[in-house]
Design a protein around this ligand. Sequence first.
Ligand code: IVH
Length: 680
Amino acid sequence: MQKTKSVSQRIDALRKEIREHNFHYYVEDDPDIPDVEYDRLLRELENLEVENPGLITIDSPTQRVGAEPLKVFSQVTHRVPMLSLSNAFSKEEIETFDHRIRENLEADEIEYAGEPKLDGLAISLRYENGELVQGATRGDGATGENVTHNVRTIKSIPLKLRGTNIPPLLEVRGEIFMPKKGFDDLNTRQQKMGEKAFANPRNAAAGSLRQLDPKITATRPLTIYVYALGEVSESFHFDDHFSLLQQLKKWGLPVCSEIQLVKGASGCQKYYEYLGEKRNGLPYEIDGVVFKVNNYKQQQRMGFVAKAPRWAIAHKFPAQEEMTIIEGIDVQVGRTGALTPVARLKPVFVGGVTVTNATLHNQDEIDRKDIRIGDTVIVRRAGDVIPQVVKVVLSKRDDKTKEFRLPQKCPVCDSDVFKDEGEAVNRCSGGLYCGAQQKEAIKHYASRKAMDIDGLGDKLVEQFFEEKLIENIADLYKLERDDLVKLERMGEKSVDNLLVAINKSKETTLSRFLYSLGIREVGEATAMALANYFGSLDEVKKADAETLQKVPDVGPIVANHLAHFFSQSHNVEVIEKIIEAGVHWPKPLAKTGAQVLDKMTFVITGTLVSFSRSEAKAQLQALGAKVTGSVSKNTNYVIAGADPGSKADKADKLGVKVLSEDDFNHLLQAPQEYLVSLDG
Ligand code: IVH
C-alpha cells in the first residue's frame, strides 16, 4: 500500500515536472533543462508506467501516440462556428476598414491586435477541466473532422493545462503549421525514401494532420499558435483579446510572440511593413497580417457578416506564387564547376518584383518535376531567395513542349561533364582550366565577405577577364594603372580607387583568406573554425583529411575537399603568388587549437545577422568553449542577436555579461581578450 502510494506520487510529480519543462520549451521558448535531463525524466515516467499500468492516465505526457490507426474521421459540430477572415490587399482597404469601425463605434481611435497570418490550417482544441478532449479541423466552419488522435501527437499542444482558474470548458482556436526548417527536413526525408515532396509547408501541415495513423503524424514537425476562443464556460470573461492571449499562454498554450497592440490605420500599416520586412527571417511561413479589434465589447458591437467577423481583417502580402511559361533553359557554370540549368521565363510579377529566371537546380530536379521547355509552370519567389519552379501545370501542356537534358560537355570550356556518385550535381571537369570557373573564383575572391575589394564587382571582373587582364586571382595584384585607364567606362579616378582597394585588401585575416579561396563547402564559419584551430595557413595546408576532421564543423566531405584543394599544384602556386604580392594576416595567437576558451560557457540567443546559430556555436566550440541552451550562474557570456527574448533578461538578472553581434565578431578575432573566470 505504502509503496503504491509513493509510486503514484512519484508519477504525479514527474508528470507535473515534465509539463513545466514543456511550458518553458514550447510556450516561453526558453528551455530550462538540457534535453538529456528531460529525456531522463520521461524515461523514468515511462518505466514506472510500464511497471504500474493501472496508474496510466490519458493526460500523461507518455500517452501522445494512440495504439490503433482510425478507419475514418468522425464529424464534429462546432457549437461556436469557426469563422474565416475578410481580406485586404492595400493600405487603402485597411483605412476603409478602420474608418468603418470608428464610424460604427463612434470612436476616435481603435486599438487593434496585429498578428501574423500563419500559413497553416485552423484547429479547434477543446479542454474540459483542463484536459484536452478533442481536436477538430475547421471544415466548412460549422462541421469539421475529429483529428484528436493526431492533435495529441503534437508536442507543443498540452494534453493538460497548467496553472489556476482554468474554466471547466475552454475551446481555443489556433493554427497548426510546419516551421520552414521542419518542412525542408521532411521533404529531404521524403525524397530519400522515394516519396513525393510537399509543395509548401501549408500542404505538408494539412497532409500530416489528415492522417488516419497517428504514428505518421507523430513523425511530422507540426506545431501550433493559438489566437482565438471557441465555446467556453459561461462564467469565463475577458475584457480584451490581448490579455486573453497572455492568459492562454500562462495555461500552457503557445501564442505567437510577434503579436502586438497597434493604434489606428497608421499603426496597422506600420505593423504590416514591420512584419513584411521580417517575414523571410521568421522560422515559419506567413502570408499576411491579421488585425483584430482588441476590446471585446467593441468586437461584440461590430458583429459578423456571413462567415467573417466585421471586427477583424487580413492584410495579405503580395502573392509569392504566379503562373508563367518556360521559354528556354540555359546552363550556367559556377565557381565549383557545377552546371546549373536555369529556366528563362516569360517575365512575371511575383512577390513584388518581375522575375525572368528561375533556377532548376539539376537534372534530377527537372526529371522529378517533369519540367519541359514550353511548359506552363508555377513560380515561387520567397524574399531574396532565388525564384523556384514549384510545379508544372500539366493541364496546360501541349505537344510542342520539349524535354531537356544537360550537356555532356561543358558549354564554356568543352571539358567532359561528370557526376559524383550519390551527388545530384553535374560538374565540368575543367577545374581552373575552365574560364567560367576561373572567372567565378575571382568574383568570389573580391566579394564583400571574402577579400572585400571595394569597387571590384562582378561586371568589372567579367570585363578584365574578357580583356585578358586577369586569368586567376593572383593576377589582381599585377593590374597596371596604364592598362586599366585604357578600358571603356573606366575613369582615372575609379582606376585609382580600385588600385587603392586592391592594395588595402592585402591586409586581411587568415579566416577571410581561407574563405576567399572558394574551396568547395568551405563557408565563412568553416573558414573561421579552421583558422582558429590551426592558427596558420601552413598548418591547414599540411593537415591530412583525418586531422582536418578534428575541427568542429568539418566532416569527411569538407575534409576531402580541403585536402584535394591543397594537393593541386596550381592552387598552391596561386597562393604563393598572392602571398608574394603582399597579402598578409596577423600571426597566430599564442594559444592555438581547441583551447583558448576552454572552461568557458556561452549561451546564444536571438537572431544573428551574419551567422546561423549553429555556425556561431561551431565557432565557439572551435575555440574550446561550451555552448548551452539555458542561462545560469555558470554562464560566462550570453551572445544576443536581434529580439533576444527572455534569455538576455535572465542574463541581466544573474549579472552575466551580454555580448552584441559586433562584440561576438571581435571575440572571434581576439578571443584571448574575453577570458574570464567565474571565480574572479
Ligand atoms: S482569426 C474570428 N488569426 O486564416 C476569426 N486566423 O482566412 C478567426 N489564420 O481560418 C480567424 N492566422 O486558418 C485568425 N492570427 C490569425 C490567423 C488566422 C492564420 C487563418 C485561419 C483562418 C484563416 C482565415
